[in-house]
Design a protein around this ligand. Structure first.
Ligand code: ZN
Length: 148
């Protein structure tokens, strides 16, 4: 039997070492910067939405393994999704990271890899940084997002 927690950690290490969609997108893609001052994580998220669908999404950044792996996983999961699916995933992922009832956590598929972060409340912002940045990008705010 594979230890699932170990598998999830491997997925985080893999995404940190080989981040997916790690590139810039030219305009008219939205470009939004996210910053988690608690840990020093920075990401720049690029998002191209057409017909309410994520046509392309990418990021660049520096920071801890959790922040970069979370951003990489997020771009992989959201590619091709509708905007409403993306918003629903954000809600589910936020609940996965912050809900107090361990018994009723949502199923987030691949994003479940980050569930171990729950045990380290100070690091939850590392995992959610990319998603808060996404939320701003979906609202087409051309600004710098901070988790503080
Ligand atoms: Zn971090």
């Amino acid at each position: 039997m594979l230890d699932l927690r170990e598998l999830y950690q491997e997925l985080i290490i893999d995404h940190n070492n080989n981040p997916r969609n790690f590139r810039a997108l030219p305009p008219p893609a939205s470009k939004v910067e996210g910053h988690n001052p608690l840990c020093g994580d920075k990401i720049t998220l690029y998002l191209r939405v057409e017909d309410a669908q994520v046509k392309d999404i990418s990021f660049q950044g520096v920071g801890c393994a959790i922040s970069q792996a979370s951003a990489s996983l997020m771009t992989e999961v959201l590619m091709g999704k509708t905007v409403s699916d993306a918003k629903a995933l954000f809600q589910n992922f936020h609940e996965l990271m912050t809900a107090s009832n361990e018994e009723a956590l949502p199923d987030c598929g691949k994003l479940q890899a980050l569930v171990g972060v729950r045990a380290y409340p100070a690091r939850v912002k590392c995992a959610t940084l990319a998603w808060h940045t996404l939320e701003a990008a979906l609202q087409k705010q051309q600004c710098v997002v901070s988790t503080e």
